[in-house]
Design a binder for this molecule. Structure first.
Ligand SMILES: [Zn+2]
Length: 313
């Protein structure tokens, strides 16, 4: 049986010994544990009554406290209690390991671990690139706010996800809740591509957005209009490239109902129009489509925000 802990839990000046369930003796400093956990603070503050002291197992002049956690869990757990100069903050790569100590952390009122897990899951870059994995970890750790935030970010991904890392951390009913949420968001967003009141309310009149009707208002625009009965504003057909953008985005939104999608697709449209041969549209497309896609994205956020993830925490 391995009974020697790794550094820094073998320090000769340590003032207490924690013995794991599998017999490893961690020589630690009371101060670090007391600062990290009210549980340990109280434990170490207990007066050492004479009769209690005689019961107390001692080794090398130090009290030995028997813990129910195994040495692997205890090792990770103690590293969190120690100052950050001795223990790194977790990245998503080692978050899964952290989950095993989260239960111990809660038992010993060690809020720090939970805070660090939350911090790692709140990283916007991580949420954007790995939302499903964040969802799985947050759900497994029963972190309500982080689970909901991650679920919102999964809307950037297709409704039916491909396999993702840490999928085994969630149950089939967790996944079903996520799929239902995603689908409901898609339905809520669909209204925006059927009824354009949000566009006419925003621009108020055709003159408020005459770029949309270039061929109509501007003799120098040669982009043409597409007579699509769905995309029709103030009884006029908008410019072809905008109609094409809306046709494509409407289809994609059902699968990925996120503001991010309409912004990204707008970027593609801007590139296309700029490389086309209409000087009038080429000059203004970036400004007008950035504004339009920001408005669209905002309306999407508004449409999905009342949709709740049905899940007990
Ligand atoms: Zn044009």
């Amino acid at each position: 049986m391995e009974t020697c802990p790794s550094a820094p839990f073998d320090h000769v000046k340590a003032d207490v010994i924690l013995r794991s369930a599998d017999g490893v003796e961690f020589r630690v400093f009371k101060l670090f544990l007391s600062l990290a956990s009210p549980f340990f603070e109280t434990l170490f503050e207990l007066p050492q009554a004479p009769e209690r002291a005689s019961d107390q197992e001692m080794k090398d002049g130090l009290a030995v406290i028997a813990m129910s956690e195994d040495s692997k869990t205890l090792d990770s757990f103690l590293r969190f209690c120690y100052p950050s100069t001795l223990a790194e903050d977790p990245s998503l790569e080692n978050l899964t390991d952290v989950l095993s100590v989260l239960a111990a952390a809660r038992k010993y009122s060690l809020d720090l671990i939970e805070r660090k897990v939350c911090q790692a899951l709140a990283n916007p870059k991580v949420l954007e690139t790995d939302p499903l994995r964040c969802f799985a970890i947050a759900r497994n750790a029963r972190l309500k706010h982080e689970t909901i935030t991650a679920a919102r970010h999964t809307l950037r991904q297709p409704l039916i996800p491909a396999w993702f890392a840490d999928i085994e951390l969630i149950t089939a009913s967790d996944l079903l809740s996520l799929l239902t949420y995603h689908k409901q968001c898609g339905i809520a967003v669909r209204a925006l591509t059927k009824d354009f009141k949000w566009i006419t309310d925003h621009y108020r009149s055709q003159t408020g957005c005459n770029w949309l009707f270039g061929p109509y208002y501007d003799g120098s625009c040669y982009c043409g209009q597409t007579p699509d009965g769905k995309f029709y504003l103030w009884d006029t057909h908008p410019v072809t490239w905008w109609t094409t953008y809306m046709q494509e985005v409407s289809e994609l939104l059902a699968d990925r109902p996120s503001g991010d999608l309409v912004r990204k697709e707008a970027e593609t449209t801007i590139q296309k129009v700029r490389s086309g041969n209409c000087a009038a549209c080429s000059n203004r497309v970036k400004e007008v489509m950035t504004e339009f896609s920001d408005l669209f994205a905002q309306k999407i956020e508004e449409a999905v925000s009342p949709i709740e993830l049905q899940m007990d925490f």
